[in-house]
Ligand binder design. Structure first.
Ligand SMILES: *[C@@H]1O[C@H](CO)[C@@H](O)[C@H](O)[C@H]1NC(C)=O
Ligand SMILES: *[C@@H]1O[C@H](CO)[C@@H](O)[C@H](O)[C@H]1NC(C)=O
Ligand SMILES: *[C@@H]1O[C@H](CO)[C@@H](O)[C@H](O)[C@H]1NC(C)=O
Length: 406
């Protein structure tokens, strides 16, 4: 991909760096306190009160004092989500060896496993590695575009390919590819990322192999989703703003002009209620633009920790539960919801291609279904771009999708 010249220097990494480890999760609330908080379901009401009133202050209290890598109670949480749309992702074979924290990745080597916990030094290396990737990928204002992929999504002629193609056929989106960071969930995804000469980071997980499709809402699926939130918080802590994008989102135009300059956390929607500040909008975690600052770091910690209070829920559900929490107001987080006319999806397709920035295969389950409709959407776009200028501008041009999805 000639457009990425100078973008990815991933191939020159030393061996040491190729032993990419997982990012270390750092829950900000003392684990014991959390256990206490959640241990008895039958006092849920009391708990909810506690959650609403006391919990936020605990979070606040704990924030400032915890640097990134020193969490004695850290338990590695497997996972990540790269699809916020309830796609079937089935766990395949699990490498279940305890203590298998290190998956050595390079495009030729087999996954290497080591039976020891990472030392502080190794954790530090992981951090350094992530920082290097972010630095190389970042735009001038320290913004990166992050997506997450596993083997199933990176198969030839699968989601990853349509994702990348959209940048190439979109209007002025090609230069954005050099700012894309792929968080690879397994070795195959990592290799595919390197092949495409993108910026690649191996986000692996103790004893879990996410290379196949994971069942929606299975335990592993949930872990994957939460892992994303935790990982993104670390990115924020490193001082980088990000646009997180699921890979089943086609990019057709640059989004920046449509973001709200004063917002901390902006998120796309499955359904949009014509008011960007209305908390009743239905956010979709598959696309969001988040600025790195104290408010967003606190928010991501709060969101991540809230999973403990809502067992069995994925990040999007929990977001819908916590978005009204006074904690959000207290920390002053400015949330905005993005209009589906610009950042649409199969749930609520944009009406006019003239305005479209992105198109998400949301409200769609299964890779094959997604591929079918995404391919049609790409086709629609290419036809639209091929129209004579006056025709393109005069009457609204619409999608032929969703067909299978929606
Ligand atoms: C990948 O790992 C294999 C086996 O450990 C090694 O022989 C090879 O040199 C590595 N490739 C690169 C590009 O470092
Ligand atoms: C990985 O290991 C298996 C079995 O040990 C071997 O058959 C295979 O060739 C290896 N793959 C690579 C890419 O080294
Ligand atoms: C592509 O972007 C340029 C610059 O923003 C704009 O002038 C042009 O109208 C766009 N084309 C389409 C089809 O949107």
């Amino acid at each position: 991909m000639e457009n990425l010249k100078g973008g990815g220097s991933n191939n020159k990494l030393g061996d040491e760096e190729k032993l990419l480890d997982e990012v270390i999760a750092t829950p900000s609330i003392n684990q014991q306190q959390q256990q206490l908080l959640i241990s008895s379901r039958n006092i849920m009401k009391i708990f909810l009160l506690f959650f609403a009133v006391v919990f936020p202050s605990l979070v606040l209290y704990h924030f400032s004092s915890y640097p990134l890598q020193f969490f004695p109670n850290y338990k590695p949480v497997s996972s990540f989500v790269f699809d916020s749309n309830y796609v079937n992702i089935t766990p395949s074979s699990h490498r279940s060896m305890a203590g298998n924290l290190l998956h050595g990745y390079n495009s030729t080597a087999n996954v290497s496993t080591q039976g020891t916990l990472p030392s502080k030094e190794k954790k530090k290396k992981q951090k350094v590695k992530l920082e290097q990737v972010l630095e190389k990928a970042a735009m001038g204002d320290k913004t990166v575009i992050i997506t997450a992929l596993n083997a199933a999504w990176t198969e030839p002629n699968s989601i990853f390919d349509v994702f990348l193609k959209s940048f190439n056929v979109g209007n002025q989106t090609k230069p954005l590819l050099k700012h894309v960071v792929v968080a690879a969930l397994d070795q195959t995804a990592y290799s595919r990322c390197l092949e495409k000469q993108l910026h690649c980071y191996a986000l692996t997980t103790k004893g879990v192999d996410f290379s196949g499709e994971a069942h929606f809402m299975s335990e592993d699926y949930l872990k994957m989703m939460w892992r994303r939130i935790d990982f993104l918080r670390i990115v924020l802590e490193m001082g980088y703003n990000f646009i997180f994008t699921d890979a089943d989102i086609l990019w057709f135009r640059q989004p920046f002009a449509h973001f709200y300059p004063d917002a901390d956390f902006q998120i796309a929607c499955d359904h949009y209620w014509y008011d960007s500040t209305d908390l009743d909008n239905s956010p979709n975690g598959g696309f969001n633009y988040v600025k790195s600052n104290q408010r967003t770091i606190q928010f991501y910690k709060f969101w991540y920790n809230a999973r403990e209070a809502h067992p069995g829920k994925h990040d999007q559900d929990v977001l819908n539960m916590i978005k009204f929490n006074p904690f959000i107001k207290d920390i002053g987080l400015k949330i905005r919801f993005l209009d589906t006319a610009l950042f649409g999806g199969f749930c609520e397709p944009s009406k006019d291609l003239k305005f479209v920035c992105t198109m998400h295969a949301n409200c769609c389950i299964g890779i094959d279904n997604k591929m079918h409709d995404l391919t049609m959407a790409l086709d629609d776009w290419e036809k639209y771009m091929a129209l004579p200028g006056d025709e393109r501008m005069s009457k609204p041009q619409t999608w032929t999708v969703p067909r299978i999805c929606g």
